[in-house]
Design a protein around this ligand. Structure first.
Ligand code: CA
Ligand code: CA
Length: 250
C-alpha cells in the first residue's frame, strides 16, 4: 500500500515537470500545436425573444444585434473547447419598472433556443434562474416588477450554479418564433425559459458540455497564445484566382 501511495506521489510530482497534464490539455510550453483554421470552428445559431448575450468558457462571444423586434437569428463561428461552459443572459423586452411593453399595454413573452454545429442544443438539462419578473401576478392594471441582483461572475466557468433549477422547455407553438428562425438550423434544440414565459423577463441559463455531442475529437486551442504553433490547419488558404480588391497582396 505504501508503495502505491509513493508511486502516485511520484507521478504527481513528475506531471508538472513533464509539461503535460492528465486532462488532455495542451502542454504548457514548447509543445507543437498547429494554428486553428476556420474548419476548426462550428456555427452557433441563436434566437432569443427578444435578446441575449452569450459567453463560452468565460468569454463573451455573441451579443444579439437587435434588442426588440424584428426577431432575428444570430449566427457566429465559435472555436469549441471542452468541457465547454455556456452562459446566456436572455431578456424579454420589458419596461424595467412595469415588466410590460408597448407603453404598458402588453405583457409579452420570452423564449430562447440555441444550436451549435457540434450538436450542442438547448433543452431542459440547462440550468436556469430568473432575475427580473413582472408584472407580478400578471396584474397589468397595477404593474410591478421584482428583481434579484445579478451575480458579477454569472458567466464564469467556476460560477456555482448548483442551487439553481433547470430550464423549462416550451413548444415552438408556445413561443411562436418569427422569420428568419425557420431558415436556420435548430433541429433537435428546444425552446427554453424559466417557469413563466410571460412574466419572467430576465433569465440566465448555464450549461456545461462535457464532450463534443457529435463525438468528433477536436484540438484544444485555448493555450495557443503561450505556444509557438506549426502552420495553419486545412482550409486557411485563399482559393486560386481569388484576390482581395486592390490587386495582388504585397
Ligand atoms: Ca433579438
Ligand atoms: Ca418578447
Amino acid at each position: 500500500m505504501k508503495l502505491v501511495v509513493r508511486r502516485i506521489a511520484l507521478v504527481a510530482t513528475l506531471i508538472p515537470l513533464l509539461g503535460c497534464d492528465v486532462f488532455g490539455q495542451p502542454p504548457a510550453g514548447g509543445a507543437k500545436i498547429r494554428k486553428p483554421s476556420i474548419a476548426d470552428t462550428v456555427r452557433a445559431n441563436v434566437y432569443a425573444d427578444n435578446s441575449f448575450v452569450l459567453y463560452i468558457n468565460g468569454e463573451l462571444v455573441a451579443v444579439d444585434s437587435i434588442k426588440f423586434i424584428p426577431h432575428n437569428v444570430v449566427s457566429v463561428d465559435i472555436l469549441p473547447a471542452y468541457p465547454m461552459t455556456i452562459a446566456v443572459m436572455a431578456l424579454d423586452n420589458a419596461d424595467l419598472k412595469t415588466g410590460m411593453e408597448y407603453a404598458n399595454t402588453n405583457i409579452g413573452d420570452g423564449g430562447f433556443i440555441l444550436k451549435f454545429g457540434d450538436g450542442t442544443v438547448t433543452n431542459a438539462s440547462w440550468k436556469a434562474k430568473k432575475f427580473s419578473w413582472g408584472p407580478i401576478d400578471g396584474d397589468a392594471k397595477n404593474p410591478r416588477v421584482e428583481n434579484i441582483p445579478i451575480p458579477e461572475n454569472w458567466y464564469a466557468v467556476d460560477f456555482d450554479d448548483s442551487s439553481w433549477g433547470y430550464a423549462k422547455e416550451y413548444t415552438e407553438a408556445e413561443v411562436d418564433p418569427k422569420q428568419p428562425y425557420f431558415d436556420a438550423d435548430f433541429q433537435g434544440a428546444k425552446f427554453i425559459w424559466t417557469d413563466d414565459v410571460r412574466l419572467d423577463n430576465a433569465v440566465i441559463f448555464r450549461h456545461v458540455v462535457a464532450a463534443p455531442p457529435d463525438g468528433k475529437q477536436r484540438p484544444d486551442f485555448r493555450n495557443l497564445t503561450n505556444l509557438v504553433p506549426d502552420g495553419p490547419g486545412p482550409g486557411g488558404k485563399r482559393p486560386p484566382g481569388k484576390r482581395p480588391p486592390g490587386g495582388p497582396k504585397k
